[in-house]
Design a protein around this ligand. Sequence first.
Ligand code: CP
Length: 310
Amino acid sequence: MKLQSRHLLGLEGVPADEISLILDTAITFREIIERPIKKVPTLRGITVLNLFYEPSTRTKISFELAEKRLSADAITFTTSTSSVKKGETLKDTVRNIEAMKINMVVVRHSSSGVPYFLTQCLDSNIINAGDGAHEHPTQALLDLFTIRQKYGHLDGLRVVLIGDVKHSRVVRSNIWGLKAMGASVAVCGPSTLLPYEVEQFGVDIYTDLEKAIDGADVVNIMRIQLERQQAGLLPSQREYTNLFGITADRLRLLNKNYTIMHPGPMNRGVEITPEVADGESSVILEQVTNGQAIRMAVLYLLSGKREEEE
Ligand code: CP
């Protein structure tokens, strides 16, 4: 069993057996990051470029640590200190860096489709670390890993994705991954933040939070992008919180043994109360820890080192 693609651009169309392979591989790496010495020689000789055209805390540091702990040579590119500031194009930038002999590129960009574009102009393996409103596959994989870690399975669980469905790459990747793994998936948000094509996602759609979360096992709460308020898509932050905020009172509607998730960064007091974010059913920090194991697994599987070892 191996991944069919040499790139990870998204989870749409990725079959359950490939998702399971990544999740199963991550179990070993999750154990390694608990060791006193969190370093293995697995990716020695591999050079990884972290190409971040958009801000990131979790994903960037998680990939950097994953690469270091796998003994890869890691370099991180940020636009503010590069010749992008002098007008150099994306294509020229990446072709020049690849000319210095790199093997893999982890890319975050505000435009959907940039990871695919890089597959057309580079020989390196490309990993999507979030592109526009398209996909954020490693975030969804770490979400799936975290859910499976708690319940032992994903099939049959009711998972509700709440918030800005229209602009969320995390929602899209979660939908494809969860559906492939047999979960029952619902989305919930204001009608102005549901995309036109939402009915084609094959999930249950709600604009009433209490109906959406009634009987749910997992709620995964998306950050409300406050700039949407200026764009007229939200009447006010307070109204959003009143109608869609996850409060301790609303948790009574969930199934026993429910789980609270958020990909971060959080707007505490807007989409989630601090009490819920820090409550005993929250796995928000466990998601972050698991993210590193998932990224180690993805780097390992795409690098070809597994085939070499076999
Ligand atoms: N979840 C996530 O992608 O967070 P960052 O934007 O901090 O990477």
